[in-house]
Design a protein around this ligand. Sequence first.
Ligand code: MN
Length: 129
Amino acid sequence: MPRLLLVEDNEEGREGLSRHLRRRGFEVLFAADGRQALEAARAAGPDLILMDMSLPILDGWEATRRLKADEATRPIPVIALTAHAMAGDREKALEAGCDDYETKPVEMPRLLAKIGALLNGRGAGGGHG
Ligand code: MN
């Protein structure tokens, strides 16, 4: 069973998304801020990380930069989740080391396709893999 780390500070968002993912057969671990995300990534070694970008303590950009700077966590694919459909956000996420990018509210079929692609080692991201 693929294990996902869902990093999201909004409890409602966390529960809604994790319910969908569990129903699809994923095991879902949680972190509620960027520092917890780093700790959980190192401790649990998830197969993939879904990273909200707007997080307390360490934001998603910085948490991703640190994950990708650490040999132990660098190979874990990261999909950025952001509520802002701002121009340049996708590029900013890919520059931080994210492997792909998804805008909230999440469209499940599209997110599942991205998760599937990255778990199979053929992510559609910015060529960081
Ligand atoms: Mn947030």
